[in-house]
Write a protein that binds this ligand. Structure first.
Ligand SMILES: NC(=O)c1ccc[n+]([C@@H]2O[C@H](COP(=O)([O-])OP(=O)(O)OC[C@H]3O[C@@H](n4cnc5c(N)ncnc54)[C@H](O)[C@@H]3O)[C@@H](O)[C@H]2O)c1
Length: 258
């Protein structure tokens, strides 16, 4: 799908990978972006940077259907269509199975992570697909593209990542059935499983932890640059033959247990 003047919805668009993708979509591709995020201050700042004519911010909780409905209404009101949906809102909250005393974890943390990272992705994908299905198909028969953000932790989660890894493996699992269901409507669904990118989420980690994670990157031995991620989103949106797949974008990283 050609991205110029298309409307790209980005959850988690006020920070990190989502925000970098919003910048890239506007500056490199001439697209319009809708940023759905909890962080209203950063969202407003990002819109001011990108220009009101190119961007809208909707304060949204991806776990709430009502909140997403309100965002979709605002986007349709401003731009009149949705063509691409990039689901990058996510939380890394660690969740051990047993605590130091050997007591089983309560369900709350686990459920919170699944709710944001997996149910949130389904929620926004479904509401965007509903709008995409109403688009006139382009010359290749395309009406929309969904890109869900998974993680390398879906494959090699570290100790304490049962919830996070489970949520991201769920995102990977949705890929094929979603591509099968939405394909006949002209909507493609792919996922990206990033390795280590230097976003606020990662920068909050102890520098020693950051360094040990960098050591697990095979080559190049560094964190990913945010534009490398944004570029991959654009590739998935533009290439009409990419469907139903998870791209690992991680410098051949194989995460160790700790
Ligand atoms: N940074 C990495 O190295 C890395 C690696 C693998 C996967 N990922 C995934 O990429 C995605 C983006 O990560 P990031 O590093 O840019 O994180 P980030 O913390 O910089 O950005 C995440 C954004 O999601 C928003 N958010 C959180 N919960 C939300 C909710 N309920 N509703 C709406 N918005 C919500 C936050 O406010 C924040 O702005 C996440 O899904 C993360 O799991 C990141």
């Amino acid at each position: 799908m050609e991205l110029k003047d298309k409307v790209v919805v980005i959850t988690g668009g006020a920070s990190g990978l989502g925000q970098a993708t919003a910048r890239y979509m506007v500056s490199e591709k001439g697209a319009k972006v809708a940023l759905l995020d909890l962080n209203a201050e950063a969202g407003a700042e990002t819109v001011a940077e990108l220009g009101e004519e190119n961007a809208i911010f909707c304060e949204t909780d991806v776990t709430s259907e009502e909140s997403i409905d309100a965002a979709i209404a605002a986007i349709m009101g401003k731009f009149g269509a949705i063509h691409v949906d990039i689901n990058a809102a996510g939380i890394p909250l660690p969740c051990k199975i047993l605590d130091r005393e050997g007591v089983a974890s309560g369900l709350q943390k686990y459920a919170t992570v699944i709710n944001v990272n997996l149910i949130g992705v389904f929620n926004v994908m479904a509401k965007c697909a509903e709008q995409m299905a109403r688009n006139e198909p382009d010359e290749k028969g395309e009406r929309g593209v969904v890109i869900n953000i998974s993680s390398g932790a879906a494959y090699e989660g570290q100790v304490g990542q049962s919830a996070y890894s489970g949520s991201k493996a769920g995102v990977n699992g949705m890929n094929i059935p979603a591509a099968r269901e939405l394909g006949p409507l002209g909507i493609r669904v792919n996922s990206i499983a990033p390795g280590l990118f230097g976003t606020p989420l990662v920068k909050t980690l102890d520098p020693k932890v950051q360094d040990s994670l960098i050591q697990m990157c095979e080559a190049p031995k560094r964190m990913g640059v945010l534009e490398e991620f944004a570029h991959t989103c654009a590739f998935l949106a533009e290439n009409a033959y990419m469907n139903g797949r998870v791209i690992r974008l991680d410098a051949a990283t194989v995460m160790q247990a700790r």
